[in-house]
Structure formats: structure tokens, C-alpha cells
Design a protein around this ligand. Structure first.
Ligand code: ZN
Length: 230
């Protein structure tokens, strides 16, 4: 007798035969339905940040209190983040978020102690062009997993900044000055906020966002990024 489970397995197999998935990095066929985006080899080539990068504000150079980055920005991470940001590969959040959760849990990153989780926003013009904010895909999934309130429009990006990747270290800081404003200051006052972004390079972006939050009365600001430049 053909059971429902057998039929489902047959249909799944037929679907994968007709529409096989390829690894996003090496293009090898993925033959398991559990490997929808990366083959085990390419998934293993993403390097966790060995030091959970917790830079305190004691140096006086950063407005945030602590920052954590999950993976090193090695070549595979660069390719995946590029696809995530510029090629509409939004489904990559399903690969990134479990890695972030694994990192958070392993290093006891206290995300659950924050009142709010918020993404680094895109400028409205860039959001229209791209159609989504890649950092918001990560922060929303994390907020659901850890049961923290998500605020997508806590910060408004008011300055159309040029891409940070094209700028030198010093220019990155001036580029981000006054980049953000607070939509509703009462939402921020006395609150602890963890900011989420895809990449930490000099820290200028999260610093500027944290500075804006602190000037509106935020008690504590943390920053969690998927990747960090080596
Ligand atoms: Zn691969």
C-alpha cells in the first residue's frame, strides 16, 4: 500500500530531480533536502570568529557598549554577503541566522537582556531600490527566536551615504556623521538596544547609530554583526 509518507518522499525526490539545488558557492548539486543552499564543504569554509569580538567602550572611540561578530569576512563570507545584499538572495538569512544563534548560545552573548533589537536601517531610496533591508531579515529572525521586541524603524537613515566599501578608513567615519536620526525618542529613552548589521569593518556605522541612540537616552547599546573584516 502506498502511504502518504511514501508518496511525499517520492514527490520530494521527483522535485529534486527536476529542480536540483546547487551550492551557492561551488555550484555542486545538493542532493539532500536539508542542504538547500550550501554543500557541507562550503558551509564548513565559513570561519567563526575565534574571539567573539567584544570591544568595550573603554577606549572611548565607540559609542556602543559591546559588539559581537559571528564570522570572519573571508572569501566565502564575502561572496555570500554580496549575494545576500545585491543579488536578492534573501533566503541566505536561513543559512546566516542559525550560525548567529549557534554563536550567541556558545558564547553566552546576552541578547535576551536587551529590551529591543533593531537593524541598521537603509536609506529609504536604497530600500526602494533593493526591496529589502538585509540586516532587518537577520534582526527579525533573531527577535523571534529569542523573544525580544523588534523595532525596524527605531532609527531612520537620513543621509544618503556613499558605499562604505569604496572609502578609506578615515572617510568611513566622516561619511557616517549624522547619518541617523530617531523616529520616536520615547521608544528609546532608558532602553537597552542591540543593533544588527551584516558587516563590521571600522565600526563607523554601528558607532554612528549607537551615538544617535545614546543621545536620545538609550541606556545601553550592543552591536551584533554577521561578519567582521579580518
Ligand atoms: Zn559548495
Amino acid at each position: 500500500m502506498v502511504t502518504y509518507v511514501m508518496l511525499q518522499a517520492f514527490l520530494q525526490g521527483a522535485f529534486e530531480l527536476i529542480f536540483p539545488d546547487n551550492c551557492l558557492l561551488c555550484r555542486q548539486f545538493l542532493n539532500s533536502r536539508h542542504q538547500r543552499q550550501l554543500c557541507p564543504h562550503c558551509l564548513g569554509s565559513l570561519a567563526f570568529n575565534p574571539n567573539p569580538f567584544s570591544r568595550q567602550s573603554t577606549s572611548g572611540s565607540f559609542a556602543f557598549d559591546q559588539a559581537w561578530s559571528v564570522c570572519l569576512y573571508n572569501e566565502p563570507a564575502q561572496k555570500l554577503l554580496h549575494a545576500f545584499k545585491y543579488n536578492s538572495k534573501t533566503s541566505l538569512s536561513k543559512t546566516f541566522v542559525p550560525l548567529m544563534i549557534d554563536f550567541i548560545d556558545r558564547h553566552h552573548v546576552p541578547v535576551q537582556l536587551f529590551d529591543l533589537i533593531a537593524p541598521i536601517p537603509l536609506h529609504p531610496v536604497r530600500l526602494r531600490e533593493r526591496g529589502y533591508n538585509q540586516s532587518a531579515l537577520l534582526s527579525l529572525a533573531l527577535s523571534r527566536h529569542y523573544g525580544i521586541s523588534h523595532s525596524e524603524d527605531l532609527l531612520i537613515r537620513q543621509k544618503m551615504t556613499s558605499s562604505q566599501t569604496e572609502l578609506g578608513a578615515k572617510q568611513r567615519w566622516t561619511n557616517m556623521e549624522g547619518a541617523f536620526r530617531i523616529k520616536n525618542p520615547s521608544e528609546v529613552e532608558g532602553k537597552s538596544v542591540v543593533l544588527v548589521d551584516d558587516l563590521f569593518t571600522t565600526g563607523a556605522t554601528v558607532h554612528s547609530a549607537a551615538e544617535t541612540l545614546k543621545s536620545a537616552g538609550a541606556a545601553r547599546v550592543g552591536a551584533l554583526t554577521f561578519s567582521i573584516t579580518i
